[in-house]
Write a protein that binds this ligand. Sequence first.
Ligand SMILES: NC(=O)C1=CN([C@@H]2O[C@H](COP(=O)(O)OP(=O)(O)OC[C@H]3O[C@@H](n4cnc5c(N)ncnc54)[C@H](O)[C@@H]3O)[C@@H](O)[C@H]2O)C=CC1
Ligand SMILES: CC(=O)C(C)=O
Length: 258
Amino acid sequence: MKLKGKVAIITGAGRGIGRGIALRLAQDGADVVVNDINSETVNKVVKEIEALGRKAIAIVADVSNGTAVYAMVEQAVAEFGKLDIMVANAGIAQVKQAIEITEEDWDRIFSVNAKGIFLCDQAAAKQMIKQKSGKIINCASIAGHSGFSLLSSYSATKFAVVGFTQALAKELGPFGINVNAYCPGIVGTDMWDLIDEKMGIYLDLPKGETLKKYTELITLGRVETPEDVACLVSYLASDDANYMTGQSINICGGIIMS
Ligand SMILES: NC(=O)C1=CN([C@@H]2O[C@H](COP(=O)(O)OP(=O)(O)OC[C@H]3O[C@@H](n4cnc5c(N)ncnc54)[C@H](O)[C@@H]3O)[C@@H](O)[C@H]2O)C=CC1
Ligand SMILES: CC(=O)C(C)=O
């Protein structure tokens, strides 16, 4: 159990990739703070983690709200005494042609995907600096390494995550804190159901066909699962990754290679 005795916060963990990461870190021995804006789903995930014999608490908070994020970290430390791992996973998608995106659209997606990462990382870093150790793990995407058509605002937020991850790694290295990001490809979650449906309208494709078209780009020939992503996050959260920092790692079945 490589994360035995560790305490982790995972944001956006009520479903999808975040849930997969929460369950995997618990299987590896960590106690887990399960965050989401959806109270029903977080409570279900807490029960799943307790069934694995680990401690878990639910914290319903919007990662784009600084007061709520700081209160979440404070509550985690009050409950468990420390914070070893912050997985800033929560994110939203937006499928539109760039010429159609409104200022409100742009501000909304940046407030969750970029500002949310900044707030979670900053609140965690302040606690981890006191401890002189910690692992901050941000969710980017392959869309943060290569722009995706009809996902321009989304891609821009993920490029922002990659840049912030590098800069923060440089600032926090002297405190024994590692900062890295994971970059999934096409993961079969509710987010991709939405992308499939909305892109299908632009591409004039029936439901399921956009996902099929994108699946043809995957070298390993199948859609990614949350568990595939969780394997990388489990590594980044562990002592095995003590010499890795500032990296944004593609875990995408070979859609893009670099
Ligand atoms: N599904 C995919 O193919 C890929 C997803 N990603 C990224 O992975 C992360 C998770 O994505 P999925 O699990 O697929 O999405 P999802 O939509 O299935 O799940 C996202 C979860 O985050 C929660 N959430 C949304 N806004 C929030 C907020 N403001 N505060 C707290 N929680 C919030 C939602 O309630 C939901 O439970 C996102 O950052 C996404 O951009 C990256 C690459 C590929
Ligand atoms: C949702 C997402 O990040 C991709 C690349 O599909």
